[in-house]
Every structure is written in C-alpha cells, then in structure tokens.
Design a protein around this ligand. Sequence first.
Ligand code: ADP
Length: 526
Amino acid sequence: MANGTQNGSRQSHTRGGSSDALLAAIVDSSQDAIISKDLDGTVTSWNKAAEKMFGYAAQEALGRPIMLIIPPERLHEEVEIMVQIGRGERIEHFETQRKHKDGRLVDVALTISPVKDDSGRVIGASKVARNISDQKRNAELRGLLAAIVDSSDDAIISKDLNSIITSWNFGAERIFGYKSEEVIGRPIWMLFPPDRIEEERQILGRIKRGERVDHFETLRMRKDGSLVEISLTISPIFDANGRVVGASKIARDISERRRSERAMQVVRMELEHANRQLKDFAGELESRVLQKTREVEASRQDWEAFGYSVSHDARGHLRTIMNFTAMLQQQLRNKLSSEEKDYFDRIERAAERMRLMIDGVLAFTKVVQTDIQLRPVSVDEVVASIVEGNADLQSPAVRLQILEPLGQVLADPAGLYQCLANLLTNAAKYVPQDTAPTIVVRTESRGDFLRIWVEDNGIGIPEEEQAHLFQMFQRLNNARHYEGTGLGLAIVKRAAERMGGRVGVQSRPGQGSQFWIELKQPERTR
Ligand code: ADP
C-alpha cells in the first residue's frame, strides 16, 4: 500500500477519495482530528489535528491499520462501528478513548460517517475525533469540588449581588436548619438577626469592590429563631471578564468554641482567684514565720545575755573560792594530813575545770554577741600569733608544718584567731599518748572562698559522730582521757558562720583528722 498525499500538498494528507483545495484547507485548519479509512480499517487520510492529538505524523499513519490508535481493550468497538458503517449508518458523539503514540490515553468524542462511492456503495468511513480530555478533567474537578463543598462541616453559600442565595450546601443546612430548596432564590438576610441587617450592606460594599472579608465573627439566626455564633469568610465571585457577579460565604459555627472559651475564661478566673488566695496565704505564713523567727531570735539573744551575765558573775565567785582556798591552804600548809591535802587538790582541779567552762561560755557568748567587722586578714599572721603565744603548739611539743603562704580571708581578726586557736589546740591535744603530734596547716582556694585546713595525726573521729561535733558541750567518747569542755568547736562554727563561712571535718579513727574552715577571699586575692 502506497503512502503519501494524493495532491502532494503539505496542508492536506489524503489517500484516495476526492478532495479539492478548499476542502483540504478546512480539514487542515480543523481543531478536531479528521481521519478517513477504508473498509479494511486502513487509514486513508489524516489531518494536522490528528497528528497533534495522536502523535503520529501523517506519513506514519497513512496506509497503517486504524488499530494503531485503538487501545486493545476497545478493539471490539471498532468491529461494531464498522458493522454500523457497513449498513450506511452514521455514529454521533460516541465518547471513548484512543491511544496516543506515547501510550497515553486520550478521551475523545467520535462522529463517524460512511463514505460512499458514486453508486452509493460504502467504501470507507470518515471519523471526526474531538479531544474531550480537558472537558472530562473539568467535569471531574467540578465533581470533586462539589463533593468537597457537600462534605464540608462549614456552611458554604453563594449569593448574587442582590444578596439572593444561589447555592447552599449540607453544612449550611446543618448550621441554619433550612433545606436548600427553602433558601435558594431568597435573600440572604433571612439569616440575619434584625439588629444586624446593616452588616450585609457593609459586606456587600466590600465584595463589590472585589475585597475579601476574613474571619468576621458575628451572629446569625437559625430557622427555629435561635442565634448561632459564626465566623464568616466572604470572597467575591468574578465572571470570565473579571467583573464581580456575586459572593461565596463560608460560615463556621463557633458556638462550641465560644462556649469552651467562656469556660476557659471561668477556669482562668478561678485559677487567678485561687492563686491570689495562695499568695495571700503564703504572705501571711511568711510574716508569721518572720514574727516567730524574731521571737526565737529575741529569746535566744535573751538566753545568751543571761548566760553571759551568769557566767560573768560565776567567774567572780569562782575566783573568790579559788583565792580563799589558796589562802586556807597556805595557812594550814604544815598541818594538813595527806587526806586533807587530797581534798584541797580535788577542790583546785574542780575549780580549774569550772574556770575553763566559764571561760568557754564567755568566749561563746562573746562570739555570738559582739558586732563583727569583716576585713582582709592574713591567715599567715593569725596562725603565727597563735603559735607564738602557745608553747603547746611549738617544738618540741609538736611538729607544726605551715604551708605558706596561706593567703588572706575576709574575717574578723579576733573571730579568726579564736577559730584557728581552737582547731590547732585540738589538733595538738587529741593524739595518742605515745605519738608526737604533727600538725599541717594549709589553704586551698575554692572559687570566692579560701579553705583553711588544720590536719593532725591524732586519734581520729568515727564518721557517725562527726555530725554532732560542732554542737555545744559535745564531747565524744574519744575525749574521755583528755581535758575539755565541749565548747571549742561550737565556738568555731558560730564564729565562722558569723563571718559568712562554713566549717567541716574529714576523719577516720586512728588515722588523724582534717578540720577545715572556709571564708570568703578579699576580691583582689582571688
Ligand atoms: P573539747 O576539746 O573542749 O572537748 P571541742 O568542742 O573542741 O571540745 O571538741 C569537741 C569534741 O570533738 C572533743 O571532745 C573530741 O571528742 C572531738 N575532737 C575535737 N577535735 C578533735 C581532733 N582534732 N581529733 C579528734 N577528736 C577531736
């Protein structure tokens, strides 16, 4: 079978049949594919629109079976078509699918007419195929949009510029209670509470200017007359020429949201109220605690003052007792039996213990009662002056190792003296009989603070007893064989705290103790 155009023109591609230039021009300029075929189904003409619609150039299609563009599952259609054509019948607007050269299906509407020879015999068929893919896609899209509109919980309503309702979805039916046939063609203000009719004029004004109204919260009236709180979004609808022809409204029922907002508001207010009450209560509690603290502090100060004056008087009486005892002993010097001498010794020892205790209480009350002034103090100097005035801290009594320079702290000089003197004398005192005391004094910078360590090689302290050490009159089991009052460490703790510091200890029985006191360092030495 020969391919090619009968008249050789590039404009029209025909094989067999009659054609003249005009007809060819019409066929070529058609938007529809115009194809003819003979009774065997062989393509005999193929216009430009057919080239475009099915992807085959005329040269490729002419002389080939029409099957070329029929999807295999639709081949039976062709048989039926040819039967009808054979009977001389025409087929109008037959919607089907054909296959593009690249394999994609094209939605087409076919009109097929028999081609007859002069004697009226059917010799072939001419097909006009219109591409309806876009049309179909649009119809599908419209269907999809309609489904979205219908399934929306929001009311979607459209109206024209006279405020006449033109569409009404299920959401609108649900929110306002009217069926679409009850509202379409009626004015939108049937949904307005009487006092809000004015709103429509304003909304319409904006819509006519092509503006959109977003999230406008208002009230509308249901069919049963009840009010519903809604949030409205209204957009203009334009025609093909860009003129505003109406408006589409989306109304969301916000009654529920408003109800929960109001409930939230109530909860918030309740919470604020409770919070205020709690604050008042906390304030009252705080002032009560403050009051109580003041009372406790006042009574503590009373007790301390009392302790001081009693100790002070007691020291006077004790001195009298000691003096008279000494005088008596002096006068009876040669007349005393050894038993009586023993009594005097006991009185002296008891009086000495009493003196130590009274001095301790006085030192303690002094520490807690006197005003202290913090200033930079050289730890080296304080340690040196303690050692200088105390033979028990000097060689050969002890081996004292001072890791100089010890540095400076912010302290009250007398307070620091008292603390370190207590720690040093304890370090020299609490050693086993057969051991030569070795004491190490060193310091360690810890941020803003300086920690002063006093370490000994003494008897040590069991861990469970370390917590009580710094309380008044606490003497541990390990102190049975040593003189003391149990006041020294209480004084150290109170004095350190009054100077803004802390105290502590690390120790193990039989392995010595490391006491420390930590005080702030003057700023320039940090
Ligand atoms: P005192 O030494 O007068 O008994 P302190 O308050 O100075 O009172 O000490 C309280 C107790 O802590 C002491 O009785 C002793 O049991 C124990 N202690 C203090 N320092 C040391 C130390 N360096 N080594 C072992 N035990 C100590």
